[in-house]
Structures are given as structure tokens and as C-alpha cells.
Design a protein around this ligand. Sequence first.
Ligand SMILES: *Cc1c(COP(=O)(O)O)cnc(C)c1O
Length: 394
Amino acid sequence: MIYADNAATTKMSETAIKTMIKHLNETYGNPSSLYSIGQNAKEVLEQAREDVAAVINADPREIYFTSGGSEADNQAIRSAAYLGRQKGKNHIISTAFEHHAVLHTLNALEKEGFEITLLDVHENGIVRPEEVEAAIRDNTCLVTVMYANNEIGTIQPIREIGEICRKKGVLFHTDAVQAVAHIPVDVKADNIDMLSSSAHKYHGPKGVGFLYVKKGIRLTNLIEGGAQERGKRAGTENIPGIAAMAAALKESAANMDRNAAHLKARRDQLIAGLKEIPHSALNGDAEKRLPGNVNFCFEGIEGESLLLLLDDKGVQASSGSACTSGSLDPSHVLLAIGRVHDVAHGSLRLSLGEDITEEEVDYIINAVKEVVTYLRGFSPIWRDLMAGRKEFIL
Ligand SMILES: *Cc1c(COP(=O)(O)O)cnc(C)c1O
């Protein structure tokens, strides 16, 4: 079995599992309790906060633990929106290809009277900083642009966008769930005010993540209750999960350069192999993309059938994001980069893991070639294309 859906989730690392089991066994105290086992838990919590902060060049006091990337996105965006509205600012800028944790939060805010501008991401899947600048108005309270896209892997000009937001005095949030631990992220150099991250995208456990909030920026809370996380995120802390996240993140960060170099080589091998399939196209910029991300459209087929047949051959991949697969609508990300419905339906995302080998990539290439040829063999759309009754797009 070749697991090639690491953008959906990753396998926990040995280090993360060991850390989690250790704390499940030993660190059962409540960090809010004053006796020693409570204080032990508090120490584990604060060590994890330091470790996480160090990886993104933040101060530990700027880290708020959450239940994952979705919660961090929700909290950052709602906080900026509600605090902005108190100053008469109700305009938010984002992009058309954000994760649903961002887009659906923005939809909800729109119903509450906020004005939302979604920027174009163009054919290459990259936002243009000058278009962010042009969209900023006097009443803009937040710009939120993802660091790297979860479907097509394109990396955004975060530093430039952050610089523009600083200059204009507008808060800048980035959903960095796909970026942290995979490519260098430095909240200071990148001019980031708020950042979301999730452990299960870098070999940590599911259900835990963090929100970075730059010192001096106010934050409202989503969850009311106790004084945990400096009163901004109530609820007894998930110590085993948080400690395992910190362990996974430290390990990924320490091996990042080596992993990225290996992944890029395998990614480019895969892209070169899949390009040989006629009437196919890579989605998103070929260079400015995550080291392990490959996303293709194949004309004349359905992504879902492709997935299921690849699964029969032992290759686990995705068509569009896990959150939208199962629905018949094509990916909003592929539509945002200008793919028409027919073409967007025939998409395949392969997100490689660090342990992928050259032989496994060859196996994937052959499996995809076979399945695409097989499916085209009885696709009515393909028949029309071949007979000239329909024009090829790719
Ligand atoms: C996975 C993902 C999320 C959601 O994170 P969870 O921890 O699963 O809630 C948000 N944004 C992006 C870009 C993601 O890839």
C-alpha cells in the first residue's frame, strides 16, 4: 500500500506516539491544579508551548493551543472581525481557494453583515500582492490568505502580503496548516499577525493544533469557561495531544531540509511521469508548490472512479480535498484557477510522505496511466472528444 494522501492527514510518527503514550500514562494531572502532579502537567504544557513557538520564531506567550486547524481559523477570523467592527471596520479580504474552515467562517460573517472580498488566484494558483493592496479599504479589518494551498500545493507570497498589511495597518492572518513543518515559516520575517497550524498534518495526533497571535493583538474567545490559555480558550488542556504535537513538530522541523529535498525530487519525478498522459495538465505553479504535492487533471474521466481504481491497485490518493469528496461539485480550488467543470471533475491529488521511494513513484505513475486509459475506454465524453464532436481543453 502506498499512502499518498498526506495533505488530508499523516501517519503519526514514532516519536509522537511514544510521547503521547508517556503522557497518557504519567501526566494525568490537571495543569490548573496546584499540587505536584498538576504542576507537572503544567510544566509539560509550557515546555510544549516553548517548543512550538521556537519552530515558527514566536514567543511562547503568543501560542494558544486549540483543537486543530479549523478551530484556530475560526477563532482568528471571528476575533479580528468582531474587534474590527467595534472600530467601524467590517470589510475582510481573503481568496477564492481557501480551506472551508476559512471560507465557511467568512460566509457566516457575511450573513452577520460583514463585507467579504475574495481575491482571484489566477491560473498558477498564486495570489498577487498588488491585488491585496488594491483591495484594502479604510474599513478593512482583516486580510486572511493561506500560506500554501491544501489541494494544489501552491505557496503564496506571504511575506509581501504581510508587509503590505503592516504598512496599511490591517491585521493579517494566514492558514499555515499545510506549510508549518513542511517549508520554513517565520512569523517575524513573514510579517504575520495570526497563524493557524494543525498537528495531524505533520505526523502529530488529530484533534490538536495551535493559533499564533502576535503580542499586542487582542483576541476574543470562541469557547467560554475557565481561564486556560490566558482566558482565550477555555477547557482542560489536551496534555498528551499537545506534547505529542510539539514532539512531532520539533522532529519535522529538524529534518525539514532533508525531507523537502527528497520530496521535491520524488514530486518532480511523479509530475514528469504523469505529464506523459495525453490531455492532462498539472494544476498550480510547478515551482512555487509544496515539496510533496502533485495535482493533475485528466480530461474525459471522473476523479472519483480514478480514486477507487487506484485504491484497488494499492495507491491511496484524493480527488479534491477530503472535505469535498463525496459531493458531486467539482473542487472550488480547481474552479478558482480557471478549470472548467468537466476538466475539474477529472482531478487527482497525490500528496507524498517523506518515506516515499523512487520505485513507489514509478509504481504510482504506471498505475495512474493504466487506470486513466481504462476509464477513458468507456467514457462517453472521451468518445466525443476522440470523434471530434467535442473540443479538447487540455
Ligand atoms: C487540514 C486543514 C485544515 C483543518 O485542520 P483540522 O486540524 O483538520 O481542523 C485547515 N486548513 C488547511 C489548509 C488544511 O489543510
